[in-house]
Design a protein around this ligand. Structure first.
Ligand SMILES: [Zn+2]
Ligand SMILES: [Zn+2]
Length: 189
């Protein structure tokens, strides 16, 4: 690859990495909301499920936690994946950029619940480069079945528009799984 092509690839990689993390956040969030019921695993309850249910009930409380409480799960997962990339001999900076961005994805989510985020974050939210409060607010409507991606404003309209998550749920239900989200909505979660 000549130097110009490699510069073009590097520049194009920046939004591509952000969208990759947006998609990743969507998958993880969708899986949490749709398939993880409380009571199945103590470990999952403690680290993921109960916090997630609490967040739907009281979205504003995400602002009350300190930095580590907000980001510990994403940072722990990112460290595991980052170490695996090093051990596998991956050199592409994009892979590490995705992992680093993903480690902060819940903080981007927190800013989408903040009336006064740092000025640079508010500017990025205005253009949807980071997810805006208005965009994320649509997810917080029962039965919490759309806008699962939490990094930007760009992927959700596409994925919701083509009924991506519904299609995936139909395939998984076809394999015999029971959707937690449907019963959760009936139970008033
Ligand atoms: Zn949710
Ligand atoms: Zn939220």
């Amino acid at each position: 690859m000549d130097q110009l092509s490699s510069i073009v690839v590097d520049i194009a990689s920046v939004p591509a990495c952000l969208l990759a993390v947006d998609l990743l956040s969507g998958f993880i969030h969708w899986a949490e909301d749709t398939w993880t019921a409380p009571g199945a695993s103590k470990l999952l309850d403690q680290w993921v499920v109960l916090d997630n249910i609490e967040h739907h009930r009281k979205p504003g409380t995400i602002r009350a936690g300190h930095y580590w409480a907000t980001n510990r799960v994403c940072i722990a997962l990112a460290l595991v994946v980052g170490c695996a990339l090093v051990l596998l001999g991956v050199h592409a900076w994009q892979a590490f950029a995705i992992v680093a961005l993903a480690s902060q994805s819940n903080h981007v989510h927190l800013w989408a619940h903040s009336a006064n985020p740092p000025r640079v974050i508010a500017w990025l939210q205005r253009y949807g480069i980071l997810q805006s409060p208005a965009h994320h607010g649509e997810h917080h409507k029962r039965p919490y079945a759309s806008r699962f991606c939490t990094m930007t404003n760009y992927l959700n309209p596409v994925l919701d528009g083509i009924h991506f998550w519904r299609g995936l749920e139909r395939v998984i239900e076809g394999c015999g799984a029971t959707m937690w989200r449907a019963s959760a909505a009936r139970q008033g979660y």
